[in-house]
Design a protein around this ligand. Structure first.
Ligand code: MLT
Length: 392
């Protein structure tokens, strides 16, 4: 037999696993240290009350013969797809329930969607970016072209007509830089994709952090995007579902390539390889999207916004360059004293017991930068900022 040799081209471990290993080693050597994590974007606010009530009541349903649910509908329950359609409608985007696919999260779908595309396609990926885009394509052996996201272009690379790409990844608000594309900029990407017959894979996992009304929350706010884009979204950051697991992907009916409907292909793929998200979790996700649930989630998002402000205020006071944190939970900062990203990571962990994410883990252009998240508790974020101020 032969194994997939592409795995040998990958970094030894996934970025966040490497961070976790280093933190575990530090904790073992310093059991007394009070380590504060502003590293992986994992939330600290608990599920909102509406979601918890829905989970409990759905669990009770599962314990009674008359309300028991076995396998659910392949795309997700109609009650959740309807709620997602209405959620999109609340910011002016019209999507059809048949175009919505409920999943266990954006990360899985972003990797799994690649089943639909030939390995001969060329992939265009911003650098730095969420490592899943790079690693999943590397696993399949696709050719990857990187576009430079730098301080100069505001970490928002724009299409270069000379670059030939078939699959384009965009993440806005961006992980890790927090940069957000404007409508005009996304329009340019849509035009480029249409001209090339390419498909945009749009990661909107952080859309609920957008505060400025003029900024787009969905690629489908852009005219004609439905003929060239697929959108991924998640309840993880919006509603604290990192450990509960629920997301959704929108594959428009109008998205056709080589005469085939990508929506129908995705349906075929999901119904073959995926058995859906549990009924209680889908009930909880639907509860999040009620007026009451959304208001409760907004309170949690406010906590993260206050954390982001505390972090950016601290960096300002220290004279450290940074961006993000306004329409995003991520703050992207320059490492002090010209340190490399991993050197700063080690320094911050060993002297301050603070965990962040090294920018270079997100790509070459991330070298010299560092990502902090606003997902910590208010108390820990304040403590971490006091420590940071004292250290530098
Ligand atoms: C991150 O820290 O970049 C994210 O939490 C990772 C993820 O959402 O998978």
């Amino acid at each position: 037999m032969k194994i997939n040799q592409n795995y040998n081209t990958l970094e030894k471990s996934y970025l966040f696993s490497r961070v976790a290993e280093k933190v575990a080693a530090y904790k073992q050597a310093h059991p007394e240290a009070e380590v504060i994590s502003l590293g992986i974007g994992d939330v600290t606010r608990p599920l909102c009350r509406s979601a918890v009530r829905a989970l409990i009541s759905a669990a009770e349903d599962q314990g009674r013969a008359e309300t028991f649910h076995g396998y659910g509908p392949e795309q997700g329950y109609p009650f959740l797809r309807r709620a997602i359609r209405e959620y999109y409608g609340s910011f002016g985007v019209s999507v059809d329930e048949e175009e919505i696919f409920v999943s266990d999260g954006a990360k899985s779908d972003i990797g799994n969607i690649l089943d639909l595309f030939s390995e001969e396609n060329t992939v265009l990926i911003p650098d730095p970016v969420y490592p899943v885009y790079r690693d999943t394509n590397q696993m399949a052996g696709r050719k990857i072209v990187y576009m430079r996201a730098t301080k100069e272009n505001g970490f928002l690379p724009m299409p270069d007509p000379a670059v030939e790409a078939d699959i384009i990844y965009l993440c806005s608000p961006n992980n890790p830089t927090g940069a957000v594309y404007t409508r005009r900029q996304l329009q340019k990407w849509v035009e480029y994709a249409k001209k090339r017959g390419a498909v945009i894979l749009f990661d909107a996992a952080y859309e609920s952090f957008i505060q400025e009304k003029s900024l787009p929350r969905s690629i489908f706010e852009i005219e004609d995007a439905k003929s060239c884009a697929i959108e991924f979204c998640s309840f993880s950051k919006t509603a604290g579902f990192t450990g509960t697991r629920c997301g959704y992907t929108v594959v428009p009916r109008r998205l056709l390539r080589e005469g085939s409907s990508l929506r129908d292909m995705w349906m075929r793929r999901q119904s073959t390889k995926f058995n859906g998200v549990s009924y209680p979790v889908q009930k909880a996700a639907a509860a999040v999207l009620t007026n009451e649930g959304l208001a409760e989630c907004r309170e949690n998002l406010e906590v993260y916004r206050r954390n982001a402000k505390r972090i950016t205020d601290t960096l300002d006071a220290m004279g450290i360059w940074h961006t993000g944190g306004k329409n995003s939970p991520y703050i992207w900062m320059e490492c002090p004293n010209n340190m490399t990203s991993w050197d700063f990571f080690d320094d911050l962990l060993s002297r301050g017991a603070i965990v962040g994410t090294p920018g270079s883990g997100f790509g070459e252009n991330g070298e010299g930068f560092f990502r902090l998240t606003s997902f910590g508790t208010e108390e820990n974020t304040a403590k971490a900022m006091d420590r940071l101020r004292r250290l530098f």
